[in-house]
Design a protein around this ligand. Structure first.
Ligand code: F6R
Length: 606
C-alpha cells in the first residue's frame, strides 16, 4: 500500500505530483505529502487525511523536482508527523516509502543510542537518517549502504538538496517503476506503472534492490552490488486520465451498474464453438497434464477463486482447492510440481498473492495469473495471464472485478473441460449460451435496486449479521458478508448453512438477522430447513432465492427473487443483490463508501 511518485522534467513538478497523488490515492489515504528542491533547499508540505486536506495547506516556491506520497499507515499513528516525506536531522534528505522495514525497531534503537533526533514513529524516518549517516557526496552509494542494513520488502524514493536534478529510487520485492518520456525531457517514478501522464513512456521495473538515478530524460541503474546495468524497457502509453463517477454518487455504484457490460467484455471473443484465450501463452499440453489445481488470492479475489474451484471440479473434473495466498505459501505439499497454480488479483500487486506465486514458481508449479491490470507484477511474473478487461476499478470495495473474475474462471473451467474431454460439445454449447444470459439477468437485478434499497433500510439498524449459503452459495455469501463489513462497519459473518448448528447458531436472536443465499437447486430443501432453524431462534431472515423457489416465502421474513439459472451461474445475480444491499446499508448508515476507513485498494505489504 502507500503510493510513491516523483517527477523531474520540463513541466511543473508540483502539478504533476498532485495529479500523481490523485491517481495513487487508491493505495492509501491516511495522509499525503510532497517534498521538492528549490534553490538548494528542501521544501515540503504534509498532512493527515486525504489529498483534499493537503491541498488546503499547500504552499511551495517553484520546484526543480518533487516527490509525493500517499500513506496507508503501518508504523505509527495517522497524524501530520508520521505523514511522508521524512527527513534526516539536517533536512538535506527527504525520503518516501512503500512497504515495511522489518528490522525497524533495532535500527531505531541504534539511531537513538547515537543521539539521533527522530520526529516520527515511522520506519521511513530511520531510512532518511541511515542515508545521511552514509552520505559522502554520492546519493546512490549512500542509499546502497543504507540498503545493506534494511530487511523487508519495500520501495524508496529519495532526494537530496545538493542533487537538485536527481530522483534516486530503489525497490526490493515491491512494485516501483521508472518512466522516461519518448523525447527524453522528463523522468517519472511511480508505484503504479499505469500512472504516468503524457504520451508514450519507456518504462523499467525496478527489482531485487536495484537503484535508479533518474534525471530529466535519462536513468542510470545499478544492481544490488552497485554494478551498472542496462535494463530492458517497455513502451507504455501514458494516457492515464483520472476517472470520473459519470454522474453516479459513488464509484462503487457506478461499478455495480457497469457489470452487464464488464461481464460481456470478459467473455466476448473468448468463445465460439469452444473456448479459447488469445493472450494465453501456455500450451494445451500443460493443462492436459495438470492433475491438481490450486487457486490463490486474497479477500474478494479468493472468494472468486472458491467459486472457480467449484466450476473446475464440476466442468473439468480436476481436484481444485482455493487457498488464502498468505497461508498457501507456507504449505509445502499444496504447491507440488504437478499443480497448476492460478493466482487471482484485481490489482496484480497484492503482496501476499505475489509471495505465494513466487513460492509456487520455486516449487516448479506452472502459474497462471487472472488480473485486471495489464502491466502489473502478476501479469509480468506468472507463466501465463488472463486479463479481466473490466476497466479501472476505483472503489476500494471490489464489485465489477469480482464478476469479471467469475466470468473468466467459468470460461477457463469450460476450456479445461474441453482439454480434459470432460464436457460434451452439446453441454459446452449449452453452458456458453447460458453465460450469455447473465448480463441481462444482472440488468434485471439492477433495475430493481429500489426494492433492495427498501430492504437495506429495514435491516440497516442491526450491528450483527449472519450470511449463509450452501455449495455455490457459500463463497457467494462470504463475498456478500465482506462487502457489508468493509463499507458499513457492521459485523457480518459468512457461514456454510450446514455449519450454523455446530456453534454459531448460539448467537442468534431477534437482533441478529440472517441473510440466506438460497439460489442453489441441488441444496434447496436443505437451505429451507436451515432457514426454519434460524427462524425458530427468532432471527429475522432475508432470503435471496431463485424465482421458482416459492416455498422459501413461508419461512423467510423477506425474499428477493433473482432470475432462475443453473447452480453454477447463480453466484452472478446473487452477488449483485449482495453488493447493492451492502451499498444501501452503508449509505443509510452514513458511511464513506468509496474509501472505507483503514483500507486501501492495493495491498502491497504482507
Ligand atoms: C474487498 C477487496 C479486497 C481485495 C483484496 C485483494 O472488496 O477489494 O478484499 O479483493 O485486497 O486484492 P487484489 O484482488 O487486488 O489482489
Amino acid at each position: 500500500m502507500c503510493g510513491v511518485f516523483g517527477y523531474v522534467g520540463a513541466r511543473d513538478p508540483l502539478q504533476v505530483c498532485l495529479t500523481g497523488l490523485s491517481a495513487l490515492e487508491y493505495r492509501g489515504y491516511d495522509s499525503t505529502g510532497i517534498a521538492g528542491i528549490s534553490q538548494g533547499k528542501i521544501s515540503f508540505c504534509k498532512k493527515a487525511g486525504k489529498l483534499s486536506e493537503l491541498k488546503k495547506v499547500l504552499s511551495f516556491p517553484p520546484l526543480e523536482l518533487a516527490i509525493a506520497h500517499t500513506r496507508w499507515a503501518t508504523h505509527g499513528k495517522v497524524n501530520d508527523q508520521n505523514a511522508h516525506p521524512h527527513f534526516d536531522a539536517s533536512h538535506s534528505i527527504a525520503v518516501i516509502h512503500n512497504g515495511i522495514i522489518e528490522n525497524f525497531s533495532a535500527l531505531r534503537e541504534e539511531l537513538l543510542r547515537e543521539k539521533a533526533l527522530l520526529a516520527s514513529e515511522t520506519d521511513t524516518e530511520i531510512v532518511a537518517h541511515l542515508i545521511a549517516k552514509y552520505y559522502k557526496g554520492d546519493l546512490v552509494r549512500a542509499l546502497h549502504s543504507a540498503m545493506q542494513r534494511l530487511k523487508g520488502a519495500f520501495s524508496l524514493l529519495v532526494i537530496h538538496k545538493d542533487h537538485p536534478g536527481e530522483l534516486v529510487a530503489t525497490a526490493r520485492d515491491c512494485p516501483l517503476s521508472v518512466a522516461l518520456d519518448a523525447v527524453r525531457t522528463e523522468g517519472i517514478v511511480s508505484s503504479d506503472p499505469n500512472v504516468f501522464f503524457g504520451t508514450n513512456f519507456d518504462v523499467i521495473f525496478l527489482k531485487a534492490s536495484e537503484i535508479a538515478c533518474v534525471r530529466k530524460g535519462s536513468v542510470d541503474v545499478v544492481d544490488s552490488e552497485l554494478r551498472k546495468i542496462t535494463k530492458k524497457s517497455e513502451r507504455i502509453a501514458g494516457s492515464f486520465t483520472v476517472p470520473s463517477k459519470e454522474g453516479f454518487e459513488h464509484y462503487m455504484l457506478k461499478e455495480i451498474y457497469e457489470q452487464p457490460i464488464t461481464i460481456q467484455k470478459a467473455f466476448l471473443g473468448r468463445y465460439a464453438r469452444g473456448v479459447s484465450f488469445e493472450e494465453l501463452s501456455l500450451q494445451d499440453a500443460v493443462f492436459r497434464n495438470t492433475s491438481k489445481i490450486c487457486i490463490i488470492g486474497c479477500g474478494t479475489s479468493s472468494h472468486a477463486g472458491s467459486i472457480g474451484a467449484l466450476f473446475l471440479e464440476e466442468f473439468a473434473g480436476v481436484f481444485t482447492s482455493c487457498e488464502i495466498a498468505s497461508e498457501a505459501r507456507y504449505r509445502p505439499l499444496l504447491l507440488s510440481p504437478d499443480t497448476l497454480v492460478i493466482a487471482i488479483s484485481q490489482s496484480g500487486e497484492t503482496a501476499d498473492t505475489l509471495a505465494a506465486l513466487h513460492e509456487a514458481k520455486k516449487r516448479g508449479c506452472t502459474t497462471l495469473g487472472l488480473c485486471n491490470v495489464k502491466n502489473s507484477a502478476l501479469v509480468r511474473e506468472a507463466d501465463g495471464a488472463l486479463l479481466l478487461q473490466a476497466g479501472p476499478e476505483m472503489s476500494v470495495c471490489s464489485t465489477k472485478a469480482f464478476t469479471s473474475q467469475l466470468t473468466t474462471l467459468f470460461l477457463f473451467s469450460l476450456f479445461m473441460g474441453q482439454i480434459k474431454k470432460t464436457l460434451t460439445q452439446e453441454r459446452l454449447l449449452l453452458l456458453q449460451e447460458e453465460l450469455k444470459t447473465i448480463p441481462a439477468q444482472i440488468e434485471q437485478v439492477i433495475n430493481r435496486a429500489p426494492e433492495i434499497q427498501r430492504l437495506a433500510k429495514k435491516y440497516a439498524r442491526h450491528e450483527n449479521f449472519f450470511f449463509m449459503g450452501r455449495r455455490y452459495m457459500f463463497p457467494t455469501c462470504l463475498e456478500a458478508a465482506l462487502k457489508l463489513k468493509e463499507i458499513s462497519y457492521v459485523n457480518a459473518n459468512g457461514y456454510p448453512a450446514g455449519e450454523l448448528k455446530h456453534g454459531p447458531i448460539a448467537l442468534l436472536d431477534a437482533h441478529f438477522p440472517v441473510i440466506a443465499f438460497c439460489a442453489n437447486r441441488q441444496t434447496e430443501e436443505k437451505i429451507l430447513s436451515n432457514v426454519m432453524e434460524v427462524k425458530a431462534r427468532g432471527a429475522p431472515v432475508l432470503a435471496i432465492a431463485s424465482d421458482h423457489f416459492k416455498q422459501i416465502q413461508k419461512a423467510a421474513d423477506d425474499v428477493f427473487y433473482i432470475p432462475d439459472s443453473s447452480d453454477s451461474l447463480a453466484p452472478f445475480a446473487s452477488t449483485v443483490v449482495g453488493q447493492l444491499f451492502a451499498y444501501y446499508i452503508a449509505k443509510e448508515r452514513g458511511c464513506e463508501i468509496d474509501q472505507p476507513r483503514n483500507l486501501a485498494k492495493s495491498v502491497t505489504v504482507e
